[in-house]
Design a protein around this ligand. Sequence first.
Ligand code: THU
Length: 174
Amino acid sequence: MALLHLQLDYERFAGDAELPPDEFALLQKAREATGRAYAPYSQFRVGAAIRLVNGHIIVGANQENASFPAGLCAERVALSAVTSQFPGVAIRAIAISYLPAQGNADHPISPCGICRQTLVEYELLQQQPIRIILGGSTGEIIVVPAAQLLLPFSFTLHDLTGQHSSIDHPHQNG
Ligand code: THU
């Protein structure tokens, strides 16, 4: 038996002023996108903003439904828009923000498991990391440098096609 170890390296910024300008701008777009949420059931508004390598920014917001499981998270709304409108154009980064029903958005939230799975799919396809920028309206900002870091031991397209396993070949940074 071997005891193995996974390490997650990520960045923490104390506030907006510490962020590089392009990442601050993307986070602001995600904050604005919370205004486009359709969230009558949870009242929890999430915004996502994606920067492509060609400079375009695409936003998404969560879209709920009276049939609750039909609802979509902001991240997957934005990702689907990207792959529909800009097929083949790589994603540089996604910023995610939110507004809760009550209280302040004074800390980051992290994407749900289904959205992590979706992010990993597109990251593997494009063969370059997607930076994930997480911030509320105020407070600290967390930047995770690749989607795969948020979903170790993930099931991927490579498993379906019998290629190497992501367990044998965990994401290497850089
Ligand atoms: N939600 C997102 O849009 N993104 C996340 O990462 C977490 C959750 C949405 C789904 C639902 O509309 C509401 O937030 C409450 O779960």
